[in-house]
Design a binder for this molecule. Structure first.
Ligand code: NAP
Length: 250
């Protein structure tokens, strides 16, 4: 069996997750690239990793569906036979709305994918990586958002609240498994130039927000991937329960 560590990246087919997948492969990780629906995008990422001499597999599954999460981790077990890291990245926004305009369905979907999905994935990773379960240790990086602190009024307070839950989850899980060889940290991206803004009906959001960002520009997915790969690496061996803002000063 290969000594190369294995990383599962949820939502690894586009945006920040794709950048994490590509950088991880370049740093020697074998990568399980989870995605929800976009076969073309995931095939491109897996092909680019393989073209660079790396190893990757695409695993379809909705992190908001418990059965899909179980199946996703079983697919990692079958394909690679080990798990060393989880980039808990899959997440959604929705169209701008005030809280008093939000439907129950919208709020429940937001929380199911962004919170429940991340917790379910982390739980499966801990079952495989924690020394308490016979694992060899590992690292989890959750993707939060500066929205957790800023609240995103009149845009998506539900999203901001879901990311604040990720922050608290990161601190709690980090302390829970600190003696079990598993480090748990989070990255809070600021405004990053990806397709997520178009999915919320604001395709120009990254460009429009630039003047309000201290560094006067949106960030790139690669700049988030750099932070995630640091937290996954041995360079961060004493870092757990940390939440790193990568936001151009926002
Ligand atoms: P994106 O460009 O919209 O990409 C989303 C990725 O997640 C895609 O690979 C998509 O798969 C996958 N995905 C969506 N729903 C999923 C589900 N239910 N189950 C599994 N995979 C799912 O998003 P992004 O901007 O890279 O955002 C990634 C993470 O960073 C999210 O958690 C987001 O909240 C966070 N973040 C982003 C920003 C920003 O400004 N971009 C700022 C702060 C935080 P398909 O390709 O199959 O659709």
């Amino acid at each position: 069996m290969s000594d190369q560590p294995v990383l599962l990246v949820t939502g690894g087919s586009r945006g920040i997750g794709a950048a994490i997948s590509l950088l991880a492969a370049a740093r020697g990780w074998r990568v399980a690239v989870n995605y929800a629906a976009n076969n073309e995008a995931v095939d491109d990422i897996v092909a680019r990793i393989k073209a660079g001499g790396g190893d990757a597999v695409a695993i379809k599954g909705d992190v908001g569906e418990a059965g899909d999460v179980t199946a996703m981790f079983e697919a990692v077990d079958r394909h690679f036979g080990r798990l060393d890291g989880l980039a808990n990245n899959a997440g959604i926004v929705d169209a701008p709305a005030r809280v008093d305009e939000m439907s129950v369905a919208r709020i429940e979907r937001m929380m199911r994918i962004n919170i429940t999905g991340s917790i379910l994935c982390a739980a499966e990773a801990v079952r495989r990586m924690s020394t308490r379960h016979g694992g060899k240790g590992g690292a989890i990086v959750n993707i939060s958002s500066m929205a957790a602190i800023l609240g995103s009024p009149s845009q998506y307070v539900d999203y901001a609240a879901s990311k604040a839950a990720i922050d608290t989850f990161t601190i709690g899980l980090a302390r829970e498994v600190a003696t079990e060889g598993v480090r748990v940290n989070a990255v809070r991206p600021g405004v990053i130039d990806t397709e997520i803004h178009a999915s919320g009906g604001l395709p120009d959001r990254a460009r429009q927000m630039a003047p309000s960002i201290p560094m006067q520009r949106a960030g790139t997915a690669d700049e988030i991937a750099d932070a995630v790969l640091y937290l996954l690496s041995k360079d961060a061996s004493y870092v757990t329960g940390a939440i790193l803002n990568v936001s151009g000063g926002r």
